[in-house]
Design a protein around this ligand. Structure first.
Ligand SMILES: Cc1cc2nc3c(=O)[nH]c(=O)nc-3n(C[C@H](O)[C@H](O)[C@H](O)COP(=O)(O)OP(=O)(O)OC[C@H]3O[C@@H](n4cnc5c(N)ncnc54)[C@H](O)[C@@H]3O)c2cc1C
Length: 408
């Protein structure tokens, strides 16, 4: 918007942009390049991600799949690990370079209204009123401002996940040795099963330059139902025999907890009103399956900006005019991706055995197969097939068809 010549003010309640933000966090190169061309030269990035590991934990075992390739390890990279505090300050600087004014330590407490339309914001004190033709609401998952305007309600527990995360300091050579990484390169681990005490969600470990981001989270509804506490689940995850050696000797630098909006496509709120648009987490724009939220926030910001620039040209900031933003969203990769996974959470939430029972069965099968004894391999294979056949068939078929249906 600033680049298009509009007068733009960014109000941030934190001491600086990035001070209050929590993520894993993996930043994808291509969408970021589209927002800030040449960012790899200047932005504070941690490590290029050259490998993805998907792991399944039981209380005693770990199994999984890994993908590492020379293509991922050669520029242009696919993704980087990133720490929000330095990155967001740099990114806010780009907005300033384009002409926006960025004011940290200003908390918006309410919107200003005139004839039912939003006409600005207030920080609550006498001199804290700022008038604007359009307010871009980007206040994150709880979005008190979008609630004020009636665009959304408080999210239900099934529409959000609660995550606990730690940043653990480790020397770069220790990180590289423990994760078998070339110097300066990074990996991303997503870990299911025991990492969330079997609840719907996952644990993660991402390698930064001199630290690891480790966290775990689950659907709030499941946490409430089971009475489990996400901080305890993180402690349990960190103490797991397959995880503890990865973080051993590390010093905890930060501990944070945060919600992730997971209502997705089926529960997306209205994202425009007279004089306002809603972007990012405030609009539920997160793809939890692919841990994408940062890029969706940035892209939705860009699409909202396009709609606002068009509204300015037409001198019309009505809801009708700003509904162009929703049109742009619908045509974008954001909605295509969210539509594709729209039933996954409901599917998996209805099947608590998925991350609880199947990992145990798989683990038993691997254990039997790998243990060398006087039992012939053929007998072991037959036993494995027998173990798989002993699973409740109806449930297995329903799980397989349900998974395919929710993804296709
Ligand atoms: C543990 C965790 C791991 C994640 N991992 C990843 C990942 O690896 N990759 C990825 O792409 N996404 C990830 N996400 C999702 C991603 O962090 C979010 O989708 C993204 O940060 C959304 O950006 P946003 O600007 O909409 O909201 P936020 O980042 O939450 O920013 C909202 C901002 O608004 C400010 N604010 C709030 N209220 C007010 C107010 N009243 N006045 C002024 N300022 C206010 C806040 O201080 C904050 O700076 C993760 C999220 C979590 C919680």
């Amino acid at each position: 918007m600033a680049a298009a010549g509009l007068s733009v003010v960014v109000l941030e309640r934190g001491q600086y942009p990035g001070a209050k933000n929590v993520w894993g966090g993996i930043l994808y190169r291509e969408p970021t390049e589209a927002m800030a061309p040449g960012f790899e030269e200047e932005a504070p990035l941690e490590r290029p991600i050259i490998e993805q590991r998907y792991l399944l934990l039981t209380d005693k075992a770990m199994m999984g799949a890994a993908y590492r390739s020379q293509r991922l390890a050669t520029p242009p990279y696919n993704a980087y690990s990133v720490l929000r505090a330095p990155f967001d300050q740099w990114y806010a600087g780009k907005a300033e370079e384009a002409g926006a004014e960025v004011y940290p330590e200003f908390t918006v407490v309410d919107l200003l209204w005139e004839d039912g339309a939003v006409v600005g914001v207030t920080t609550g004190d006498a001199e804290g009123e700022l008038l604007a033709r359009c307010v871009v609401i980007a206040d994150g998952v709880n979005s008190l401002l979008a609630q004020r305007i009636g665009l959304h309600r408080e999210w239900a527990p099934i529409e959000q996940a609660l995550v606990a995360k730690e940043l653990i300091a480790l020397a770069p050579d220790v990180i590289e040795a423990r994760f078998a990484l070339p110097a300066g390169m990074g990996t991303a681990l997503e870990i299911f099963g025991e990492s969330t005490a079997g609840l719907l969600g996952y644990g993660f470990i991402y390698t930064n330059r001199e630290s690891l981001s480790i966290g775990t989270g689950a659907l709030l509804e499941d946490l409430i139902e089971t009475g489990l506490n996400v901080n305890d689940i993180l402690d349990r995850f960190k103490a797991h025999p397959a995880i503890a050696p990865l973080i051993e000797g590390g010093e905890t630098l930060e501990y944070s907890g945060h919600l992730i909006p997971e209502g997705g496509y089926n529960r997306l709120p209205q994202v425009y009103a007279d004089g306002a648009v809603v972007i990012g987490d405030a609009a539920q724009l997160v793809n939890p399956i692919n841990r994408e939220g940062g890029n969706l926030a940035m892209l939705s910001g860009k699409l909202a900006a396009q709609a606002v620039v068009e509204a300015k040209a037409a001198d019309d900031f009505s809801a009708m005019s700003l509904s162009r933003y929703r049109e742009l969203l619908d045509e974008s990769v954001i909605m295509a991706d969210l539509r594709a996974i729209r039933n996954v959470t409901d599917f998996a939430h209805g099947r608590p055995h998925l991350l609880r029972d199947y990992p145990e069965v798989l683990s038993e099968m691997f254990e039997d197969y790998l243990r060398v004894s006087d039992v012939p391999k053929e007998t072991k294979l037959k036993k494995m097939v027998g173990r798989a056949m002993a699973l409740p068939k109806r449930r297995l078929m329903a799980d397989l068809f349900g998974a395919a249906r929710s993804l296709l």
